[in-house]
Design a protein around this ligand. Sequence first.
Ligand SMILES: Nc1ncnc2c1ncn2[C@@H]1O[C@H](COP(=O)(O)OP(=O)(O)OP(=O)(O)O)[C@@H](O)[C@H]1O
Ligand SMILES: O=C(O)[C@H](O)COP(=O)(O)O
Length: 398
Amino acid sequence: MAAFKTLDDIGNISGKRVLVRVDLNVPVADGKVTDATRIERVAPTIAELSGKGAKVILLAHFGRPKDGPSPEFSLEPIARATSEVLGRPVGFASDCVGDTAGSAVAAMNKGDVLLFENTRFYKAEEKNDPAFTERLAANGDIFVNDAFSAAHRAHSSTEGLARLLPAFAGRTMQAELEALEKGLGKPVRPVVAIVGGAKVSTKIDLLMNLVKKVNALVIGGGMANTFLAARGTDVGKSLCEHDLAPTAKQIMIEAAEAGCAIILPVDGVVAREFKAGAACETVAISDVPADGMILDVGAKTVTTIGEWIDRAATLVWNGPLGAFEIEPFDHATVAAAKHAAARTKAGKLVSVAGGGDTVAALNHAGVADDFTYVSTAGGAFLEWMEGKPLPGVDVLKR
Ligand SMILES: Nc1ncnc2c1ncn2[C@@H]1O[C@H](COP(=O)(O)OP(=O)(O)OP(=O)(O)O)[C@@H](O)[C@H]1O
Ligand SMILES: O=C(O)[C@H](O)COP(=O)(O)O
């Protein structure tokens, strides 16, 4: 028996209003979804609930809006993409609470699917505010959480609702937890982690514990710049959170004490503009020009990363090594992804990667299917790896 209630326990839901938390925080460029993996992963849960005659109401966030509603963070285009993936109409309500939401739900028939606007248009969502959670709950009889990748957030739509309504794990939530336990529950050593990407402030603290769990930590992407700067390297105009230098230094101390090697870039691909085809050059990491941005790790670093992948029995990866969406800054990520995929196919590596953009990067490299497991989760995956309780999962426990 699973440790939490799943859709196998949900009973007769015909005609019932089921609020389903999904993660539709997908990569988008020019208004188009560039990687639909997260939508594809939640499709089975939606299809199952709809097939059982439920009125399926999707709750999701998109990005990190700071000041309430804005078109930039609207889920409306994602409703269209979800409809394409599901091969059926998906309605859209331009609010997740109140009259607009209530009227849209009242108009639903059995089996219909409706997406509510971005829950993060309300600050109360991220505060897990009980009054806001009640407003969300007013439109549901049952709650299903299928957003493993947002389960590290104790928000109204991830944790709060599970306290107010009968709550169940969706099929993707269930599959993610089972697959991670199987692949990484007792990882074969040496374990090498690669952490890159751009969410420096929300992920850097996780590295403090991660260095105690892995034998080597390769740091690339925007994350590396903060560590390089903390070490005294001038990173020019690169994405860098200088105020986190003390945290980065402490992580390097903890890693040394735990015997975890930290691998930082020795060279970088530098440009002056963040756009496709921008003029760029590869420079030693000590020679980044004051007006330059490191947008990818350089060829020497790629070779070193390959050597660490060769030493690993288990690889854990979150966050691209560079701004892979823009050529030619995808080179390092693609090279490392292909290298890890080849080792996995040769039976020499257990490779588990996760994250919205990380999955997109592996798809871009054409190797997502060759990894042992690809999770939709980035931050949640790292927290799971750390052994930290995930509020969205814990609340579902029997
Ligand atoms: N050197 C860099 N400078 C600027 N942006 C970078 C750099 N390296 C990587 N990135 C950006 O990092 C972003 C991905 O980071 P992020 O931490 O969101 O990863 P993720 O896999 O989506 O994880 P999660 O699911 O937790 O969001 C990409 O959009 C990529 O362009
Ligand atoms: O992309 C993710 O990792 C999840 O959707 C969570 O997003 P967040 O880091 O903005 O909470």
